[in-house]
Design a protein around this ligand. Structure first.
Ligand code: DC
Length: 229
């Protein structure tokens, strides 16, 4: 059997709202590669905790929930990516700000991260994988041949989130989004286990003033230069 280390991976790490979700999805579509949205696994663990009445400070119970997640990543009738948890469509629930907030707390727990590690590595399959997260390049796929660290200013990220939520018909307040994002950034960057940081060999791209096609093009060029695609 082909060793998974021969399967190319492009990791896209960065803070919330940097555009890595959109970029990773488009990159995977363009290359016809698999996609790992690792944040969804932390969000699903938080949602499973809520649904099972498990408090967010019960580390060992949360790790069991993470290990036993019954999740299916699929595509709905409109061709949009959707997520089923225990057979129920939770695509919208997992993207809520409340779920993101709880996910950030759950993600700081070492046993939860350990429980999700192999699940994430199992996504590595031919012809290749685009992995979106916070520690894809540092912990989960340290041998990835191309690692991107995507950033954007806090103001720009809050504005993007605001637009996204408005488009979903959610009435969000910009200053509270700014506040929540900066708190979440601090928690993700300063936690003891797998903090958000660029891998030593990551290419940093600041997307504050770049549109999506420009960022995508830059990553594709790097992939071609490195003979990954
Ligand atoms: O990317 P996101 O907003 O869906 O992530 C939700 C939370 O999960 C976020 O606070 C950071 C955390 N996370 C993480 O710690 N490690 C990952 N690989 C992905 C997400």
């Amino acid at each position: 059997m082909l060793g998974t280390s021969l399967v190319p991976v492009i990791t896209v790490d960065g803070p919330g709202g940097s555009g890595k979700g959109t970029i990773s999805r488009l990159l995977a579509q363009k290359l016809e590669w698999h996609l790992l949205d690792s944040g969804a696994l932390y969000r699903l663990t938080a949602l499973a905790a809520l649904r099972n009445g498990v408090k967010l400070n019960r580390e060992s119970e949360l790790a069991v929930l993470a290990r036993d997640l019954n999740v299916v990543f699929t595509v709905n009738q409109e061709g949009e990516p959707s997520i089923l948890l225990d057979g129920t469509d939770v695509t919208l629930d997992v993207r809520s700000e409340a779920c993101g907030e709880s996910a950030s707390k759950v993600a700081a727990l070492q046993s939860v991260r350990e429980a999700l590690l192999q699940k994430q590595r199992d996504f590595r399959a031919l012809p290749g994988l685009v992995a979106d997260g916070r520690d894809m390049g540092t912990v989960v796929f340290p041998d990835a041949p191309l690692k991107i660290f995507l950033t954007a200013s806090l103001q720009e990220r809050a504005l993007r989130r605001h637009e996204q939520l408005k488009a979903q018909g959610v009435n969000a307040n910009l200053s509270s989004l700014l506040h929540d994002l900066s708190e979440r950034d601090a928690r993700d960057a300063h936690r003891a286990v797998s903090p958000l940081r660029p891998a030593d060999d990551a290419v940093e791209i600041d997307s504050s003033k770049l549109d999506i096609p420009t960022v995508l093009d830059r990553i594709l060029r790097l992939a071609i230069e490195r003979n990954i695609v």
